[in-house]
Write a protein that binds this ligand. Structure first.
Ligand code: DON
Length: 577
């Protein structure tokens, strides 16, 4: 998100499941997979639970559970509700990933945006080959073909118990009757208004999104009602598709054909065994799942170096930064959309490879940034504002969902006559090899722009199971900070035995190879005083950032779910009987 650039100061044995993808066909009237797969089961938990980004989506989930819905029904209702009440990141104009654990089996749906058919590799470069500032961030050119409606349709039709219309109902109610705008949303609107001023039609739709106002969205209510009546094909081939295409004409690249061609994809999640737990997380086009597994494995390999090192001490920050250097070097070189580029997934999370990378860590001083290269060599084939919520139901099913329009309020463009905020996900591509994007991360050919390709993401909706039962559901927004944040919370819980609320609230920091030896800290728990001096004495530069995630997590203790929302955000966690 743009906020991240506004820096203030300046025992492991892993099994990888091969990536197999099945494209979903929401444009047909019958769903790709027969509905009703979820059999009525005896309850295995004392209650259902949610950790979500705001109170309206929490209420929506409560209603869905009351009507007999399961975790997937609740998740879809939450996603549509947040598109109304959390418009800075909740969306139907963006895309995301959903990791599911249903009837004891893992699933993953990729509904990430795709580049339009007319997109070209150099579309963000000027005549001199330089990146045109802002072109991939603001306005019509920044928009990728949205996937959220297709993803929600597929998930609900495959695993939901309720009628599609039922799960849309809460969102339609909030769009029609309005919801009360809170302070945080007002502030984010104010920042976005300044950013988009003169560039987009943002203020026409959201100028009145002010604290205390009962905010109604009639255009969006009409869109959601049509989606409720006609299904996902309304968005991709109906009146809504026509309105989006009309809005783009003469300004941007997305056509009705792009919308008609869009497909959400069922993929095999990344799966790995770690510390007695089974980790189920996001495969490419996310870098986050691979990154998370590499972080967890490398830290386990370095157990003797971490022995006795206090959490968040200077030495701890150093060791984690050393690990992160290796993870981000691999990310920049190898990761992209597997439908377009051969990503060496198995090699990247292979035990001996990770052990070799861990052995490169310098236990005492920061490795020279230039010396940290992608670990598999460069002979690999060269071609080939977000929100999270976690849900468990009393039947033991779980949903971990992260979706995004990238920056707060995405591209700032609202498709005329729809109220839909469109994403700026195109910025997640490498506009030019080696040139950092909004999150400061670089990429290579693996993440170059091609028609229909999905930009590389860091979103990592994750589920940990133990003995086949859900143990932890976790995720967060935060761009490239996503998987380093999840990693830190998992460490706090399992390596430092912290209760979940403390583990989520604890200080977080971030390093991503570039800028060299830079540790980012957060305003919520700043790195200052003695700790700052000690870290700087090791050779690091400290830099503030505005945002370091908004974790929504649920831990299962015995048969009792414990949901926790990050104190950094306006999230709500609830146990629902
Ligand atoms: O897919 C990604 O990694 C980014 N577009 C996510 C953006 C994000 O997390 C913004 N949130 N604060």
């Amino acid at each position: 998100m743009k906020l991240l650039n506004n820096v203030k100061s300046s025992a492991t044995g892993f099994a990888l499941v091969a990536l197999v993808s099945v494209s979903a066909t929401f444009l047909e009237s019958a769903p790709a997979v027969a509905k009703g797969v979820v059999r009525p089961q005896p309850a295995v938990l004392s209650a259902s639970a949610i950790a979500v980004a705001d109170k309206y989506s929490a209420d929506a989930a409560g209603q869905i559970f009351k009507e007999g819905g399961n975790a997937v029904d609740a998740a879809v209702a939450i996603a549509f509700t947040l598109a109304v009440t959390y418009p800075e990141a909740g969306n139907i104009g963006g895309g995301g990933f959903m990791t599911l654990y249903v009837n004891g089996k893992p699933y993953f749906i990729d509904y990430r945006e795709r580049a339009p058919l007319a997109a070209t590799r150099n579309m963000y470069l000027d005549d001199q080959g330089n990146v045109i500032k802002g072109k991939s961030l603001y306005g019509y050119y920044a928009v990728g073909v949205p996937g959220t409606v297709a993803g929600m349709w597929e998930a609900q039709h495959r695993f939901g118990r309720l009628k599609w219309k039922q799960v849309l109902a809460p969102a339609i109610k909030y769009a029609t009757d309005g919801f009360e705008v809170d302070e945080q949303l007002d502030k984010r609107r104010e920042t976005a208004s300044k950013e988009f001023a003169g560039k987009t039609n943002f203020d026409t739709y959201f100028g009145n999104l002010k604290q205390g106002v009962n905010f109604k969205q009639p255009d969006l209510a009409a869109v959601l009602t049509r989606i409720a009546n006609n299904g996902a094909k309304e968005f991709y081939n109906g009146k809504t598709a026509d309105l989006i295409a009309a809005s783009m004409r003469g300004h941007g690249l997305i056509t009705k054909r792009d919308l008609q061609d869009y497909r959400a994809v069922w993929r095999k999640p990344i799966e790995a065994d770690w510390n007695g737990y089974h980790v189920i997380t996001a495969p490419p086009p996310s870098s986050g799942g691979i990154g998370l597994v590499q972080l967890l494995k490398m830290k386990a390999d370095l157990a003797s170096d971490f022995k006795g090192v206090p959490l968040n001490s200077a030495q701890y920050v150093h060791l984690i930064a050393e690990i992160e250097k290796r993870v981000f070097a691999d990310r920049a070189q190898y990761l992209g959309d597997t439908d377009f580029y051969k990503v060496p997934v198995e090699q990247l999370i292979d035990d001996p490879y990770i052990a070799k990378r861990a052995a490169e860590v310098n236990p005492t001083t920061p490795s020279d940034t230039k010396s940290v290269q992608p670990g598999l060599g460069t002979s690999m084939p060269e071609k080939a504002e977000t929100t999270h919520f976690s849900v468990v139901d009393k039947w033991g099913n779980a949903v971990s969902n992260t979706y995004t329009i990238n920056g707060y309020f995405g591209s700032g463009v609202v498709a005329e006559g729809t109220g839909i905020v469109l994403n700026d996900e195109m910025d997640d591509f490498a506009a030019k090899p080696g040139v950092p994007n909004m999150f400061g991360v670089v990429g290579s050919d693996a993440n170059s722009i091609e028609p229909k390709k999905r930009p590389l993401s860091s979103m990592s909706p994750t589920i940990l199971t133990k003995d086949g039962k859900v143990s932890l559901v976790i995720g967060t927004p935060g761009g490239s900070r996503i998987f380093t944040s999840i990693f830190q919370v998992i460490n706090n819980v399992y390596d430092f035995n912290m209760p979940l609320p403390e583990a989520v609230a604890a200080m977080r920091f971030h390093h991503q190879l570039l800028p060299p030896n830079t540790i980012f800290w957060e305003p919520y728990k700043p790195i200052d005083g003695e700790l700052a001096k000690e870290i700087e004495a090791k050779g690091y530069v400290l830099k503030g950032q505005d945002f370091s995630g908004d974790i929504q997590a649920i831990k299962i203790n015995g048969d009792t779910p414990e949901p926790v929302s990050d104190p950094r955000g306006r999230g709500i966690s609830r146990v629902i009987q």
